[in-house]
Ligand binder design. Structure first.
Ligand SMILES: [Zn+2]
Length: 313
C-alpha cells in the first residue's frame, strides 16, 4: 500500500474524526493534515504512528489542505517532536493568517448587515473554532510555513492543485493513485461554502470552478469519511447539489429578503434552521450568502442597501 490512513478523533465536533494520511517519503514520512489540538487527538496521532512503526521524528513533511482547526492546529506538536517542512496553500497565508479579532469583527458586522440578530452575529466570537482554538492558532501561525502554489510538484510524489472555495487557499494533493481532497470533496456531506471577509472573493463561484478542476476518474481520499472510488462521480453530485440550491434560493425570493431570512427558509439536511444551535446557524447564513453572491454576479438577483441588505430578483 502506498499510504496509510489514521482516523484522528475530533472531540466536540460533529464530524467525529479527521483523516490524517501517512505517506512514505524519501527516507522519512509525509503527513496530509494533522488534526485538532486536543489531548485525545494528540494521543491518537502518536499512537497511530507507533502502530505503523513510525517514530514522530521520522515525519519530514506536513502538507495541510486548509487552515481549519481540525486540519492544522496539531501542527505545533509535530514541530516540537520532529522538524518537518510545513506546507499550506499560499492564499491561506496571505488572507487568513491575521488577527482573529479583526476577522471576527468583520464577520459580526457583515452578518448583522445581512439581517442576523446581534446574538447570532456576535456568537462568532465565542463558538467559532478559530476562537475556541485560538491559542493553538497563535502558535501555528508562528511556524515557518512554506507557501504552496498551484501546480507545485512536491516531495512524496505529490502535486498541489489549488481548490479555493471551502477556504480561500484550499489545496488538494494529487498522487498517481488518487487525490487527497481535504474538505474540497467529501463523501457524505457537502462542504460548507461561506462568505469570507476578503474583497472580490466569490466563494461559490470559486468552489464550482475548483470542483470542475478536479473532476477526474480516480480515487479520492477525503479528510472526513471513507475513500471514494470515483472522484468525478462525487464532483458531479456536488455540482448538481449547488444547482438545486441556487434554484431554491431564487424561488424563495418572491419578495425582498435579507440573507438571514433566506437562510431561515432554506431546506437544510440537518433539520429546520430555528432548531440549529448558533454555530450551525452561522454556517447556514454563510451558505445562503455564498449562493446569493453567486446569483448576484450572474445578474439573477440584486441587492437593496438599506439599514440592512435586502435581496430581490
Ligand atoms: Zn474545513
Amino acid at each position: 500500500m502506498s499510504f496509510f490512513r489514521l482516523k484522528i478523533p475530533l472531540p466536540g465536533m460533529e464530524l467525529g474524526h479527521v483523516n490524517v494520511y501517512v505517506l512514505r517519503c524519501g527516507d522519512g514520512y509525509g503527513l496530509i493534515d494533522v488534526g485538532l489540538a486536543t489531548y485525545d487527538a494528540a494521543l491518537s496521532l502518536v499512537r497511530g504512528l507507533k502502530s505503523l512503526g513510525i517514530k514522530p521524528a521520522e515525519i519530514t513533511k506536513v502538507y495541510v489542505t486548509h487552515f481549519h482547526a481540525d486540519h492544522i492546529t496539531l501542527a505545533q506538536l509535530l514541530a516540537e517532536v520532529a522538524s518537518p517542512d510545513l506546507y499550506i496553500g499560499e492564499k491561506e497565508l496571505m488572507d487568513i493568517a491575521t488577527s482573529f479579532e479583526e476577522l471576527a469583527k468583520m464577520y459580526a458586522e457583515e452578518y448583522k448587515r445581512h439581517g442576523a440578530p446581534p446574538d447570532v452575529a456576535e456568537a462568532f466570537l465565542k463558538v467559532h473554532p478559530m476562537a475556541r482554538f485560538r491559542k493553538a492558532f497563535e502558535d501555528v501561525w508562528k511556524l515557518d510555513w512554506r507557501p504552496v502554489r498551484d501546480g507545485d510538484a512536491l516531495d512524496c510524489g505529490l502535486k498541489a492543485v489549488w481548490t479555493p472555495g471551502h477556504t480561500p487557499g484550499h489545496v488538494v494533493y494529487v498522487a498517481d493513485f488518487g487525490v487527497f481532497t481535504g474538505d474540497h470533496v467529501l463523501p457524505k456531506i457537502t462542504p460548507n461554502i461561506s462568505w469570507y471577509p476578503i474583497p472580490d472573493f466569490n466563494p461559490l463561484k470559486e468552489y464550482l470552478q475548483s470542483l470542475r478542476k478536479v473532476s477526474r476518474a480516480t480515487k479520492a481520499f477525503p479528510a472526513h469519511g471513507d475513500e471514494m472510488p470515483d472522484l468525478s462521480t462525487r464532483v458531479a453530485e456536488l455540482l448538481s447539489h449547488h444547482e438545486r440550491r441556487l434554484a431554491e434560493v431564487l424561488k424563495l425570493l418572491k419578495e425582498p429578503m435579507t440573507t438571514y431570512q433566506i437562510a431561515q427558509r432554506m431546506a437544510w439536511d440537518a433539520g429546520p434552521f430555528e432548531q440549529f444551535d448558533v454555530y450551525n446557524k452561522i454556517f447556514a447564513i454563510g451558505e445562503a450568502y455564498s449562493h446569493l453572491l453567486y446569483l448576484e454576479e450572474q445578474g439573477a438577483v440584486r441587492r437593496i442597501e438599506k439599514d440592512v441588505v435586502y435581496w430581490t430578483r
